[in-house]
Design a protein. Sequence first.
Lengths: 276, 427
Amino acid sequence: MSEPDAAPRQETAVTSDAIESPLLVVDGLRKEFGGVVAVDGATFSVAEGSLTGLIGPNGAGKSTTFNCITGIHEPTGGRVTFDGQSITGLPPYTLANRGLVRTFQIARELSEMTVIENVMLAPGGQVGESVIRSVTPGLRGDVIEAETAVRDRAWETLEFFEIDHLAHENAGNLSGGQRKLLEMARVLMTDPEMILLDEPLAGVNPTLEEKLLERIHELRREQGLTFLLVEHDMDVIMNNCEHIIVMHQGSVLAEGDAETIKSDERVLEAYLGGDV
Amino acid sequence: MSTVDTVRTRLDALPDVGLVIAFIASIWAVMLVLAIAVGGANWANLAAGFVGSVTVLIGGYAILALALNLQWGYTGLFNIGIAGFMAVGAYTTAVLTAPTDPAAGAVPGLGLPLWVGLIGGMVMAAIIGGLAALPALRLKADYLAIVTVAFSEIIRLIVNWDGLAEVSLFGVPFGTGGATGISFKSANEVASTFINGVGQPIVAAAEGVGVSGPNLANLTYGILLLLVVAASYWVLARITNSPFGRVLKAIREDETVTQSLGKDTRRFKIKTFMIGCALMGLAGVLFRGQAGYVSPQQFRPTITFYVFAALIIGGSGSNTGSIIGAATFSGLLFYLPARLGENVSLGGTRAPGNIIDAVAGLGSLDPLPLLAYTISNVSTLRFVLIGVVLIYIIQNQPEGLLGHRNEPATSVSLDRAQSGSGGETDE
Ligand SMILES: Nc1ncnc2c1ncn2[C@@H]1O[C@H](COP(=O)(O)OP(=O)(O)O)[C@@H](O)[C@H]1O
Ligand SMILES: [Mg+2]
């Protein structure tokens, strides 16, 4: 079913059904780096409460798309809408405070801070982030109280991700997999509505991988969180995502459920074809 | 174990306040020993002079190093215009407090009380710091460095400028005094009034052992300055060990990530820069303006370099380290060698006129000429010493004496709560 009243799309043949209640809408997104066109008119939406997969060969523009959505890069063109409001070009902190957060493909731990400091940084609107409140004796009571609550929540989160034994370790001393877990723990502490995950499972051991995926499903069920997941392991994508978007050379090549994607010839070609 | 490691292990074992007091006390002890060794009958007065001067230096540099630690050590804001922000504070206080009816030839001021002047100086330094930071913080870190150094030179040129030496606004005359500078009621005078009033018995006792009035006043002033250091330390420790401080540390580590976690990093950076500049302004008047007189020559960029040296030695990122570094730099590397050079002589051996003659002595296995030369030129050679120490630290101990310590950025203990009871620290 096609919708003629929808925003004008690029001529990429997008055959998916219209998404009923999109939380995130990306429309004609474009990003150029000098002469390189990293994202070339990408258009897709992510349904509220869904676990949507975003796949594509290396260099397809997935990470750059994430960067443009979350305000790390200013898009060269196109529009991004979150929760019905335009967020194109807004700075990352505004988006995070509205509930849209992301993890990085190459984990970016704050290496000279301890693991628990990393996690405690994340919650939004902490009273102690006001310098006056943190210093003035009479006003500091609230800070202590809030800080104690944040600390206890941080411990719980670390325990869940099984990195609580590393709480007082500098984050820079963690292994690659542990850093990925720390990133996940950190974004969860922001109380998000939607999380963009850029290859969160790379370097994580299989048992923990299972657990992470389970946790993602649980967060969807219980808190209605929405996930957009970039992942190279096709089985993970096919088994967990109800909706899959395939990017190739900066634009969306195909979208649909696992069956549709598996049987799409263009997808196969893109993965097997010349420029992988 | 290297020397620095040994020192570090010892330092680590002490609680912070005890550590700082022990360190400063041992510098005092060194001064006392030197005074006794070279002072003869006059040793007590000499000791009071040495200890007073070294304390003022330590106090001044400690405030500056703490301020820079907040900006650079904690947040990664590279401020190389420290001298300029000190000048803003010092000149503002001077103009606010200078008498309205000055001695002939001097510039009049607004005649306000000293405390108004001090607050005014800090506020003005914070405002100018904010103005400098505002455009630069939007850009990359390097631009801030360039802007601050430019600001600092512009400020020095402005206060040096004849056009502002004496002006009149709404019929009220005041000015900067231009190249000649400006005199005002000094904080030192307040200290000496205090010690000569309330402290009369102490003055009498001191005079009994031969300590002169000015030396005692200077010593009192040094101790007052240390109280200002203690207050600054207390405030800064609260700022840095809090959720606010946590954001600052995160900005230093990775600003993009910090923004991605919902922190408007620019607001944090500007606030931090302003707080640091306010403290630098305070140090400007209390330290450089100690004698109740400021002139453009007191705010040359070298002082900026000294403060960086102090912080690097002590350990950037640590408040306690900032004070230890300031004491090491100003007391042991800057002040002590100069006093040694003045007071120690090798009886008999005259210092050669230049380094060639001095080294030539080594040819005939006579080290005395070189030693004598070194001692008589120590004021100059201590800069070589400072350089050597800095290179050693950067090569072997890039984190300084205490920078390796993690002073956790939180207001509470970070240990896991024991079931039932919270783990709050103080209050
Ligand atoms: N900061 C950048 N500067 C220049 N080129 C970039 C930058 N980031 C990504 N690119 C280019 O954009 C293209 C898409 O990269 P990326 O988004 O990382 O792909 P993916 O995440 O799908 O593997 C690649 O050709 C890459 O080299
Ligand atoms: Mg990528």
